[in-house]
Design a protein around this ligand. Structure first.
Ligand code: ADP
Ligand code: MG
Length: 589
């Protein structure tokens, strides 16, 4: 006799519900996500008694037609995914089509919805997966879902709920995270008849933070804004003095979705290394925007964990963005030489750290010294590997008054310096970039502009030209003087000194492109942001050999100025390799 049978659908739903719906906060999360997916501008979340007796989420989104409302409670019923390719580019919050079915399996749900063009709305009631009733009703555009008596039919799960106040706390932090992830939506939270907060929905993350955390915390938050390898990291991060005893206010949002991620946490905390005592955690709201095909959100039933395809780049993007913000915000790190741990390729991490293991590797070649491992840019720290402890970077003091000498330029862009018992590698491009930036930032706009003997005609798309002209005041602040030359052309009269006039055209073109595409949204709108961009363009290119005098002068400036330790984007300028580390690599220890 066959012993394997198919589960009846309502049992399957109840089991699935266990994965998605563990507590009221999960229900709220799913309902909020549905409201966001429906393009709501206003969402209200109301709860009673920790959400167990009642949860109501109303939105002013697109609404549903009656037949779809019934369908929506079926498992795997979704309007968001139709083919496998869609899974690669998920932009909506929901996509598995199981949330409503899961919630309805373990509660009594009433959903009311009306689309903008329909005269009447519709109401559907479902209890423990069974359709109880449906009928037309009047009502505002949008959708309201009311969930009552959660877990009324699953006593075992009901028993695991905590006190109402605790469940309400979970819900509140869930709603806060959602509100911080979508500053463009007004989110109102009402608890036991009392409004707790309502964010303005004015698209300004600052307003949402102000509304949720208050004036004082907002005043201590530093703006974060950085572009790196096609990712943008924006938001706010707290001064070290605002640190807290837990991670509850480390908030990460990837393409509008609040997520948990060890990589992101490690990168954030790493950026604060040495600024916070052990057991203290920063306050931060960071928005990452990137190509959706570069991560997988489908690894966790409630989509709360994210897996990145390029962990290292993500780590670096966040680390540098935050580091940069902290440096700009005067919370400057000790003027020591922050040195990266050796940066092996991920799979080599273990062998690098334990040289004796290399002998049993099939590859006969002993790995090269880690700091020289590709890619050549010194990494601030190694992102955590799965199930491996995070390697923290070592802070090494640059010995005071210890003589040093430039050995030469190596690998087409790094200056090798020997000082006492250590070797230093100085990133030529990054160092030059930082120097130019410092010099320009300290000078008046008129001083940094260099008049061209013969004005230069630069041609580009007419809309780009118009954008540049529109921002000519801002550009003047950064040393560019330009005039309309008609027909998609500009007349360039002055460029920042040290910037090759031939590079200026390409830079302006790129800038206009960024402005037009809106990719850099908030960035590249201030003199400071422009100076960073210009200094990067104007700095000596990697791969271009420099004269002995040039590299000596650069090394001299960096070695004698303890504040010059990072490029304007936060990458380190110097890394070191001690005699001990060298000896270890040669198995002399
Ligand atoms: P998913 O969000 O994964 O598609 P759900 O079970 O959460 O699955 O919802 C099923 C479907 O019901 C959605 O795809 C959507 O079409 C519809 N829906 C749910 N909530 C709303 C809402 N608030 N407004 C408009 N449509 C909704
Ligand atoms: Mg959903």
């Amino acid at each position: 006799m066959a012993v394997i049978g198919k589960l009846p659908p309502h049992l399957a739903d109840m089991i699935a519900a266990g994965e998605v719906v563990e507590r009221p906060a999960n229900v709220i999360k799913e309902l909020l996500e549905n409201a966001f997916d429906a393009d709501a501008q206003f969402v209200t979340v109301e709860i009673e008694k920790g959400g167990v007796t009642l949860m109501r989420v109303s939105d002013d989104g697109c609404g549903m037609e009656p037949a779809d409302m019934v369908m929506a409670f079926e498992r795997h019923a979704t309007s968001k995914i139709h083919q496998t390719e869609d899974l690669e580019a998920i932009v909506t919050m929901g996509f598995r089509g199981e949330a409503l079915a899961a919630v309805a399996a373990v509660s009594r749900v009433t959903m009311t919805s009306r689309r903008a063009d329909d005269a009447m709305g519709h109401e559907v009631s479902v209890q423990a997966s069974a359709l109880l009733s449906q009928h037309s009703v009047g009502g505002p555009q949008g959708t309201t879902v009311v969930v009552r008596d959660l877990f009324f039919n699953t006593p075992a799960r009901y028993k695991f709920l905590k006190k109402d106040a605790t469940e309400a706390g979970y819900i509140q932090s869930m709603v806060m995270r959602a509100a911080l992830s979508r500053p463009d939506v007004s989110v109102r939270f009402v608890k036991d008849g009392q409004q707790v907060f309502q964010t303005p929905g004015d698209s300004d993350l600052r307003s949402a933070i102000y509304c949720l955390y208050g004036r004082e915390l907002l005043a201590g938050m530093l703006p974060v804004s950085n572009e790196y390898e096609g990712m943008s990291v924006t938001g706010f991060t707290g001064q070290p003095s605002l640190a807290r005893g837990n991670r509850a206010l480390e908030i990460f949002v990837v393409n509008g979705r609040p997520v948990g991620s060890k990589t992101l946490m490690a990168a954030l905390e790493e950026a604060y290394a040495k600024m916070l005592l052990t057991g203290r955690y920063p306050i931060s709201v960071l928005h990452l925007d990137m190509d959706p095909s570069l991560y997988d959100i489908n690894v966790h039933p409630a989509k709360a964990e994210i897996k990145f395809a390029r962990e290292r780049q993500v780590f670096e993007a966040v680390y540098m963005a935050v580091r940069n913000a902290l440096q700009q915000g005067d919370a400057v790190v000790r003027p020591t030489l922050a040195v990266a741990e050796p940066t092996p390729a991920p799979t080599e991490t273990l062998t690098m750290r334990q040289p004796e293991l290399q002998l049993v590797q099939s590859r006969p070649v002993v790995a090269p010294p880690p700091v020289m491992a590709p890619p050549p840019i010194a990494r601030p720290a190694t992102p955590p590997q799965q199930s491996m402890p995070i390697e923290l970077p070592q802070q090494v003091e640059l010995p005071q008054d210890e003589p040093w000498r430039v050995v030469g330029e190596v690998l087409g862009g790094y200056i090798l310096i020997e000082q006492g018992q250590q070797l230093l590698l100085l990133d030529k491009h990054a160092a030059h970039e930082r120097l130019l930036y410092e010099r320009w930032a300290a000078s008046q706009p008129a001083q940094m502009a260099q008049q061209l003997l013969a004005p230069l005609v630069v041609r580009m798309a007419p809309d780009q030209q118009a954008l540049l002209l529109q921002h000519s005041d801002l550009l003047e602040q950064a040393g560019f003087e330009l005039d309309d030359y008609g027909d998609g052309a500009l007349l360039l009269r002055a460029v920042p000194h040290d910037l090759d006039a031939d590079d200026a055209g390409a830079l302006l073109d790129e800038l206009a492109h960024e402005w037009r595409s809106g990719r850099r949204g908030a960035t590249l709108r201030t003199r400071d942001e422009l100076l960073k961009m210009v200094s990067c363009k104007a700095a000596i290119k990697i791969g271009k050999r420099s004269s002995r005098q040039e590299i000596e002068a650069l090394a001299q400036t960096v070695m004698t100025t303890p504040t010059l330790r990072h490029c304007p984007h936060g990458r380190p300028l110097l890394v070191s390799l001690s005699r001990k580390e060298v000896e270890k690599l040669f198995l002399r220890q």
